[in-house]
Design a protein. Structure first.
Length: 205
């Protein structure tokens, strides 16, 4: 990536409540919005519509340019490093899973590649075998609001409860829009004994 384009990436310095956009520590849900979700918060690394981030994610995710994982992983690493003090201890990094048929078609889970990069750079424990997507769903971009929640209902399953018990889970994905996918994963992680679940994404679309 050339220097001219790289400097157009705009990292997010001030995190906000994912729902109401009030300024909060590490993108924590504010007390009012927290009543509606299982996530503790969502750390967002960069602006989606500004600069080349949107195109980088698209090429990484759909055009198989996996070399972009370092640029995108660096954004996530920096965002987590800046906010890690607010997440607490006993962190465990994992990724939002995709259905095995979609992974076979694409060849990889982009969220897992990014999560692996972040955990290695920050020397944090990781486990990508704790949660599984058991239902092949339609792309979330096709839905909004209530339909997004209905599309993802009973889509995920915990496969290793012992690995998440009393841990603070850092759940990595490429992009979040309404937070529905992250929250569905957080719901079953909390039910399995996770202490807290934080989202970590490149951008909010």
């Amino acid at each position: 990536m050339c220097k001219k384009c790289k400097i157009k990436i705009l990292p997010i310095k001030t995190q906000t409540c994912p729902h109401c956009k009030r300024i909060t520590q590490a993108g924590r849900y504010c007390p009012r919005c927290a009543k509606k979700v299982c996530l503790s918060g969502v750390i967002v690394a960069a602006y989606f519509e500004e600069g080349p981030v949107k195109e980088l994610i698209h090429n990484f995710k759909y055009n198989h340019i996996v070399e972009l994982s370092k640029i995108l992983g660096d954004l996530l690493e920096n965002a987590l490093r800046e906010n890690q003090q607010y997440l607490g201890k006993n962190l465990l990094v994992t990724a939002v899973p995709i259905h095995y048929l979609r992974q076979a078609q694409r060849g990889y889970n982009q969220a897992e590649i990014l999560a692996d990069y972040v955990s290695n750079e920050l020397n944090l424990p990781k486990n990508f075998k704790i949660i599984k997507k058991i239902k092949k769903t339609h792309p979330q971009v096709n839905f909004s609001g209530k339909k997004r929640r209905e599309n993802l209902q009973k889509s995920f399953k915990i496969i290793d409860k012992s690995a998440v018990k009393n841990r603070t889970i850092v759940l990595v994905d490429d992009v979040t829009t309404t937070g529905t996918t992250l929250n569905e994963c957080a719901k079953i992680l909390k039910e399995a004994g996770a202490k807290k679940v934080w989202g970590l994404v490149i951008a909010k679309g």
